[in-house]
Design a protein around this ligand. Sequence first.
Ligand SMILES: O=C[C@H](O)COP(=O)(O)O
Length: 396
Amino acid sequence: MTKMLASVRDRREAEIVLKGGADIIDLKDPENGALGAVAPETIREVVDFVAGVRPVSAACGDLPMEPETIERQVEAIAATGVDYIKIGFFPSDRLAQCIEALAGLAEHKKLIAVLFADHAYPDDLPAAFAAASFHGVMIDTADKSRGRLLDHLAPGRIGDFVKAAHDQSLISGVAGSLEAPDIPRLLVFSPDFLGFRGALCENQKRNAEIDEAATVRIRALIPEEEMPDTGASRIDYKLLAARGYFPNPEDSKLGTDKIFVRDFVLPVQIGAYSFEHGKAQKVRFDVTADVLRVTPNPEDMRHVVSYDLIMDGIRTIVARGHIELAETLAEQVAAFVLEHPRVTRVVVRAEKLELGPGGVGVEIERKRETQSASKPRSSTNPGTIDAHGGRKGIRS
Ligand SMILES: O=C[C@H](O)COP(=O)(O)O
């Protein structure tokens, strides 16, 4: 189950996000960079205030990649009693030394390494964090003026990041100026938490005050777990259904709507001829999906299947590399879209635009075999998260 992390700068904001239902209270000064640190006394005040009701995390600041500096700051934050410490890692030839310098501390404190989607890193970093006993790894954006996470990383690559973390038994977090429509797109990858600041603030400005109504709106888009203290179910079945879990048979009585993507043109490495290998050619996609309705009054992202699903699917499949046949491409897109349990039928048209004066291609129609056969989407998540956000059975 994915948790909601809310970044706050002080006790007053912590109180608001706690009321709004955040699962992890994260201390961060938004005025001071991507991972601005707040003063240790403020962190202590929030730890005392939250009093173990939720886990508390704190950011270490945008530190230079100097092992001694990072170690000193992490020790200082650890002394405040937070549950998690978020440490930003920027590209540097001293990255390995910085990671190693924290290995001792990571044995008894839950350290979360933060990487930035607007920077480039070596591929083996998750393994290095795991070897140094880190608890988790998170992807965020460093320069908040240069777009959302999804402007930097295609959805498939975010899924790869989550999977790489889970393969190393690390918990995974995803953040970076996330907005409401991003949430269902990211939930399909089962990250352990989604992190927010800007989306929780007045006018979505991360330096503004946290707004309770905005917090509640974001909270509502992330399915909640059963609360262990009350035993009462807080599970949002509508959103769980959207993720591929617990489809509600009642929903089908409302009938279907159509969502579509038209004239979606991407360069694709496709073709069976030798001259088509080693280069990309333009392919136009037209996709229409019949989607089961879940409410007569759709009001927010929980109630819809977004056309993002179709575009994300096409981009993910195209990014995998060369495909011989337009038919194969169309089948893969249809299968991806039909994985969503609310999609009952899909029509996919894939049209190569550069082979003749006009377009050539294929159109296919595929249906879900049986409506009730909506199976949960397979998860890359190897463990569950305990009440304090730790991964059970791994290293909570
Ligand atoms: O850890 C999560 C971040 O605080 C996200 O901040 P942001 O939504 O303003 O990018």
